[in-house]
Design a protein around this ligand. Structure first.
Ligand SMILES: [Zn+2]
Ligand SMILES: [Zn+2]
Ligand SMILES: [Zn+2]
Length: 263
């Protein structure tokens, strides 16, 4: 499986609108961070490549163009914050190219949020004009219960984003844990024997709903994945300054980074 980090920035992206700080004006491309999302690609067991999105950020359109993606076979959502869902409308281009609907997975409260926020997609009969809207088929998932997505099992895992329970996902030796400030006790065993952990590391200062760099390093210390990659990074962190100070098996993610897994 190959995982591409499509975006590694925080909710407002980096550079921030209206900020002239050292990072927001950096010419290092690794300091330009889209809103956070990822894409997983793997053989579906029938000779085709399955391509799955984790979240659809407001930057989805240019991410898909940048990576020349023509087909998306499924979307899994972590939670319904705007930086993770607002690219949902761009999925309609994949419907048009593939001439079929796209399967969308998350837990019920997230799906209900999508139904409310995007009534024009989920209640199309209410639209005044029949219009060019995404064709999506929603599937509720439950924490700890694996589901098959084009030949690979994905298991939702519980993370806490401040007081909001959200989902991370594990598939084989890969786990994606964005937008978390703590990991509840029942989740730790589900992070055993990882090859790759992608985890939230917002900045150095405390934040009520995200991990700091030090908290993320503590999680890495406890989980002991083969490799760890930080994401959801704010403009407080300059890539070239922090990365040399991280342990060798811990890297700062950057937009467009690809991570190869042996499975
Ligand atoms: Zn976020
Ligand atoms: Zn800035
Ligand atoms: Zn969030």
């Amino acid at each position: 499986m190959t995982v591409t980090l499509l975006g590694t920035g925080t909710s407002a992206g980096v550079p921030l609108i209206g900020c002239d700080c050292d990072v927001c004006t950096s010419d290092d491309p690794r300091d330009r961070r889209d809103r956070p999302g990822a894409m997983a690609e793997y053989d579906d067991g029938r000779g085709h490549t399955a391509r799955i999105l984790i979240d659809t950020t407001p930057d989805l359109r240019h991410q898909m163009i940048r990576h020349r993606v023509h087909e998306i076979h499924g979307v899994i959502y972590t939670h319904a914050h705007s930086d993770h869902i607002l690219g949902i409308d761009d999925l309609r281009r994949f419907n048009a190219v593939m001439d079929r609907a796209i399967d969308v997975y998350s837990e019920r409260p997230v799906l209900e949020h999508l139904y409310r926020s995007f009534q024009y997609i989920f209640e199309p009969h209410r639209n005044v004009n029949p219009s060019f809207i995404p064709q999506l088929i929603t599937h509720p998932v439950e924490v700890g219960v694996p589901f098959d997505l084009h030949g690979r099992d994905w298991t939702p895992i519980r993370l806490m984003h401040g007081r909001l329970p959200i989902l991370g996902y594990r598939s084989g030796g890969f786990a994606y844990c964005t937008d978390c400030s703590s990991i509840p006790p029942e989740t730790w065993p589900m992070l055993d024997d990882l090859d790759v952990l992608v985890i939230d590391a917002l900045r150095f200062r405390h934040h009520p709903t995200h991990m700091t760099v030090d908290q993320a390093l503590e999680v890495v210390e406890q989980v002991k994945p083969g490799r760890a990659f930080f994401t959801h990074i704010a403009h407080d962190i300059k890539h070239a300054d922090l990365e040399p100070n991280l342990p060798d098996h811990v890297r700062l993610g950057y937009d467009g980074m690809t991570i190869e897994l042996d499975e």
